[in-house]
Ligand binder design. Structure first.
Ligand SMILES: NC(=O)c1ccc[n+]([C@@H]2O[C@H](COP(=O)([O-])OP(=O)(O)OC[C@H]3O[C@@H](n4cnc5c(N)ncnc54)[C@H](OP(=O)(O)O)[C@@H]3O)[C@@H](O)[C@H]2O)c1
Length: 335
């Protein structure tokens, strides 16, 4: 494993710093004595960013003319901001793609000092696997949702700038860990004795525990390592949703029954939530885009290239990662 000496004591800019992944990254960067500059907006909830060492810059990336802070130098940039839920296609593309051009264009001003830029993309940019085959870096990208298409468009911007800036693209699958609020709903059901199963029982997925992802993001920008530009990072396993539910249930000492939801009722449910969302400024809790995701049988990727090029071994598999996650939910009284 890399000693992360390339990062120690450097000046780092983090977008999406208050989010689930960004906030864990900030904690790790602080532990390396980095000078951490966080881009957040006035409305951002800063509950996970309590260190007095953090320097905040209030910037709304939705502003087409947003400016990154004027600093004497920047060593590394981690672009974690993104929209995983939006009201429409344009909103996804604005934040997940257009922002990248505005951001990386301004990075040119720091071209002399920047040693690495990590662009956080997603397995969704590549699309689902077919017939049980794991997606890898050689797979032709085939995103199937607005989210995935906007993440692919963001990657294209990042890769365009990689001709003159040291940009690396990381594509995680589903990320879980403390502070995460989407899978948390699934675990709440497990606690009540239900293992949610939508459609067929054989759906497979890749996962990564947030601490491993953060470690991978910090390693991938080491200028001494690989020249390749894009990597999938997973924990190296594939799981079924039943395995995830069973592992969580074992940890919580509950027995579960399958809560089977047929795919055929997803459309009316999605339309119901989309209709409610018309009267709200927030995206729908569930919509037909999310439904497309859920219907796929295989959201799995291979991380072999990353493991080999960086001599990387994930520290958490599902049992250990879930144990930490569920303990945290209990400590926080979320469960
Ligand atoms: N979580 C996963 O399973 C997963 C998997 C694959 C890829 N990813 C990617 O990882 C990245 C981070 O995801 P996450 O799970 O940490 O999501 P998250 O908790 O929702 O964090 C998203 C971050 O982006 C910021 N952001 C969104 N719109 C912004 C704007 N207009 N101006 C400034 N900041 C803005 C948010 O700030 P506010 O709090 O102010 O909204 C927040 O800090 C995303 O790019 C996502 O596509 C996530």
């Amino acid at each position: 494993m890399n000693d992360l000496s390339h990062l120690k004591g450097t000046t780092v800019l983090v977008t999406g710093a208050n989010g689930f992944i960004g906030s864990h990254l900030v904690d790790s960067l602080l532990s390396l004595d980095c000078n951490v500059h966080c881009l957040v907006r006035n409305s951002s909830n800063l509950r996970w960013l309590s260190s007095s060492k953090i320097q905040f810059h209030y910037v709304d990336l939705a502003d087409p003319d947003f400016k990154i802070p004027n600093l004497p130098s920047i060593g590394f940039v981690f672009h974690c901001a993104g929209l995983t839920k939006a009201r429409n296609r344009d909103e996804y593309f604005d934040i997940n793609s257009r922002v990248c051009t505005t951001l990386y264009e301004q990075c040119f001003a720091y071209k002399e000092s920047i040693k690495g830029i990590v662009h956080l993309s997603s397995l969704a940019a590549a699309g689902p696997g077919k017939d049980g085959v794991l997606v890898d870096e050689a797979t032709t990208l085939n995103p199937i949702t607005f989210y995935g298409q906007s993440k692919k468009a963001g990657e294209e911007v990042a890769l365009k700038y990689s001709a003159s800036l040291p940009v690396k693209v990381i594509r995680p699958p589903v990320v879980y860990g403390p502070r995460e609020e989407n899978l948390y709903t699934f675990f709440k059901l497990v606690k009540k004795g239900w293992g949610l199963q939508i459609g067929r029982s054989s759906k497979k997925l890749s996962l990564i525990y947030v601490a491993d992802l953060v470690r991978a993001m910090m390693e991938v920008c080491d200028p001494r390592f690989s020249q390749k530009k894009t990597y999938f990072v997973t924990d190296g396993e594939t799981y079924s949703w039943q395995e995830v539910a069973k592992t969580a249930a074992d940890k919580m000492n509950v027995s579960i029954k399958a809560l089977k939801i047929p795919e055929s009722i997803l459309v009316p449910i999605a339309i119901f939530f989309e209709t409610l969302a018309i009267f709200s400024a927030k995206p729908a809790l569930f919509d037909r885009q999310r439904m497309i995701d859920i219907r796929q049988s295989c959201w799995t990727a291979s991380s072999e290239n990353f493991f080999r090029d960086f001599d990387f071994t994930p520290q958490f598999k599902l049992t250990t990662g879930l144990a930490c996650t569920l303990d945290w939910y209990v400590q926080q009284k979320w469960l």
